[in-house]
Write a protein that binds this ligand. Structure first.
Ligand SMILES: [Zn+2]
Length: 116
């Protein structure tokens, strides 16, 4: 799985109450056992939830070779690490990002992960 990248975009903030931290994996390497409810959050993008507890699980763009998996939903140890932040131009005004990791004003999760 790709290293974890935090997304501070408006959609992620509103969907989760803060920001998202997600890894990603090739779509054909992911097996979903059980039910997932999908919500179309913007054109060409859907978010997957657990229908029992409502947990955020996936972020899925139509046509992408990869599916994003919310890191907080994974069992530990994940052997993953946070490597950067995207959409920081849209971050909430009530916190600062102080971990020293790379920040991108807009998208670019895969680029940040590749450069980590
Ligand atoms: Zn986002």
């Amino acid at each position: 799985m790709r290293p974890v990248v935090a997304c501070h975009c408006v959609e992620c903030r509103r969907a989760t109450g803060h920001h998202v931290a997600a890894t990603a994996a090739p779509r054909d390497s992911v097996t979903i056992a059980g039910e997932v409810r999908w919500f179309v959050s913007s054109p060409g993008v859907r978010r997957g939830f657990c229908p029992v507890c409502g947990s955020n699980l996936f972020w899925d763009r139509t046509g992408s070779e990869r599916i994003a998996i919310f890191a907080g939903s994974l069992d530990t140890p994940t052997d993953l690490r946070l490597v950067g932040h995207i959409f920081v131009a849209e971050k909430g005004d009530y916190y600062e990002i102080t971990d020293g990791l790379p920040q991108a004003p807009q998208g670019g999760a895969d680029r940040i992960a590749e450069e980590s």
